[in-house]
Ligand binder design. Structure first.
Ligand SMILES: [Fe+2]
Length: 257
């Protein structure tokens, strides 16, 4: 008579052995282990996925043969063993942290500007559609300059989408297909947020690193000029802005529409 317990125990041991074997392959050669893991029976593969710490990354399509711990090691530490001359390592790290927030704000801003470029409709479409693109290029350039400054300061700049959502204190731009006036109203608030945060960063870096302060001052001046372009569409002959008192992009858009 068939000993069911024995069969179950054997199967469990078999699964366990194969999972162990896959683990050994992965630890020895992460890049080559995926064919081994892929060819496992689905039950064994499921057990393997449950035991490894990186299941979520697998679901998101990251190479399943590379465990998270290895990915982190490959990425290396965030700080180098140097910073710019004249700053202590701590000062360099502090300035780089301030700039990381600016990098994420600029990456968010140039994506938002493109979103507006694509979603603006109605009268004055072409004027606003074309006014936005040079600003996109400018802000992308600022993101590049800030990221390179972070690297010069000895830190690894984080330009990923995850960094944008991690570093920002605001939600995604909330206006979709809408008129030129509505977008310009919402954009006025977007620029106010970016410029205010830039000014805080300028104040913080002033004592620490005048080179970074100078970089941010130049960028902020240009951003304020573009906000003036935007506001010129929202201003009446009495000098008042139609966005006055608005606390959200949607509110600014409806006041302006
Ligand atoms: Fe375009």
């Amino acid at each position: 008579m068939l000993d069911i317990d024995f069969v179950v125990r054997s199967k469990r041991r078999n699964i366990s052995d194969r999972v162990e074997n896959a683990w050994r392959h992965e630890q020895k050669s992460p890049a080559r282990s995926w064919p081994v893991i892929r060819d496992l029976p689905s039950r064994v593969r499921g057990e393997f996925a449950r035991r490894r710490p990186d299941t979520q990354a697998t679901e998101r399509g990251i190479h399943p043969g590379v465990p998270q711990a290895v990915s982190k090691r490959k990425r290396g530490p965030r700080m180098s063993k140097f910073t710019v001359p004249g700053l202590s390592d701590d000062q360099g790290a502090r300035v780089a942290d301030i700039l990381q927030k600016r990098l994420s704000a600029y990456n968010d801003l140039h994506l938002t500007l493109k979103h507006i470029h694509w979603n603006v409709v109605g009268p004055n479409f072409i004027g606003v559609h074309e006014m936005i693109d040079p600003q996109v290029e400018l802000v992308r350039g600022y993101a590049d300059a800030v990221a390179e400054r972070i690297a010069a300061l000895g830190k690894s700049p984080d330009g990923t989408p995850a960094a944008i959502t991690r570093d920002r204190t605001w939600d995604d731009y909330s206006v979709h297909r809408d008129t030129a006036q509505a977008h310009l109203g919402a954009l006025d608030l977007v620029y106010s947020g970016v410029v205010e945060d830039n000014r805080k960063a300028i104040a913080e870096t002033g004592d620490l690193d005048p080179i970074t302060e100078d970089l941010l001052i130049g960028q902020t001046g240009e951003l304020e000029k573009f906000q003036w372009f935007v506001r010129a569409h929202l201003e009446n002959s009495g000098g008042s802005l139609s966005t006055n008192g608005a606390h959200s992009e949607k509110q600014a858009a409806s006041q302006t529409r």
